[in-house]
Write a protein that binds this ligand. Structure first.
Ligand code: BGC
Length: 260
């Protein structure tokens, strides 16, 4: 089965580390032209693009804070200027924010998490759809989280944002389906990336985490990248307006493996 992603123009936000980086690597290996967005640190994005270029692929780096609508418009302008458009958008950029119970949380920190995760996905989807609707084709994949569904004490902004992105995907899917565009979400569980290093770096944190995962291991970024590639390819041609969970069973109520 061919993914058929060769020469597709794909923008991956937050594409220089963790899950985003794995997605960029896999799509480039499939022959896609990839825009690697990053927020603040150009170094990792530039070396990734150089590595892809050296192995015969095509990648560009695009700085933009996804929470800033003007910067997002500029980012799509760069895709237009370089390759004449964007066929597929993968909204991956995200932050989980500082742990804080709601009554201790700083409203500005809370706002920042919503702005990056939820507004960021909206601003990017909006610019993508402006271009995709007249062409009558395109795919938008939003990377959410198991916390689209599972409450997580201390991370109310993150959970609210991810749940928001889940229903945003469904709503945009409804709006865009008549125009030949698919919009859906991929919800990873605990994937070993820099965002959760403090947990997997420490034996007690790891033990606690594994109890929450029926498959008894963390996922690898590559396992998310493979599902992302399938969902944005024509293999996923009938999937829209839904969330695909790739979480080793984390959303399968592992506590109910016994008792009840
Ligand atoms: C978070 C990770 C966490 C995982 C499972 C993800 O959305 O970014 O830090 O390990 O959810 O709780």
């Amino acid at each position: 089965m061919e993914l058929g992603l060769a020469s597709k123009r794909i923008l991956v936000t937050g594409g220089s580390s963790g899950i985003g980086e794995a997605i960029v690597r896999l799509l480039s290996a499939e022959g896609a032209k990839v825009g690697i967005n990053f927020g603040h640190h150009p170094g990792p994005a530039e070396s990734l693009a150089a590595e892809i270029g050296a192995s015969g692929g095509e990648a560009i780096t695009i700085p933009a804070d996804v929470a800033d609508p003007e910067a997002v418009a500029g980012m799509f302008g760069k895709m237009d200027g370089t390759w004449g458009g964007t066929d597929i958008l993968i909204n991956n950029a995200g932050i989980d924010g500082k742990h804080a119970l709601a009554w201790e949380a700083d409203p500005e920190e809370w706002r920042k998490v919503i702005e990056v995760n939820l507004f960021g996905a909206f601003h990017c989807a909006r610019e993508a759809l402006k271009r995709m609707v007249p062409r009558g084709e395109g795919v938008i994949l939003n990377i959410t989280s198991v916390h689209e569904e599972i409450a997580w004490s201390g991370y109310s902004a993150y959970c609210a944002a991810k749940a928001g992105v889940g229903i945003l995907s469904k709503t945009l899917a409804q709006e865009a389906a008549p125009h030949g565009i698919r919009v859906l979400s991929l919800a990873p569980g605990a994937i070993k990336t820099p965002i959760n290093r403090s947990v997997w770096n420490e034996p007690e944190g790891m033990r606690d985490l594994l109890e929450k995962i029926p498959m008894n291991r963390m996922g690898e970024a590559e396992e998310i990248a493979r599902m992302a590639a399938v969902l944005v390819s024509d293999i996923g041609s009938y999937a829209t307006g839904t969330t695909v969970f790739v979480d080793g069973g984390m959303t399968d109520y592992p506590d109910f493996a016994h008792g009840g």
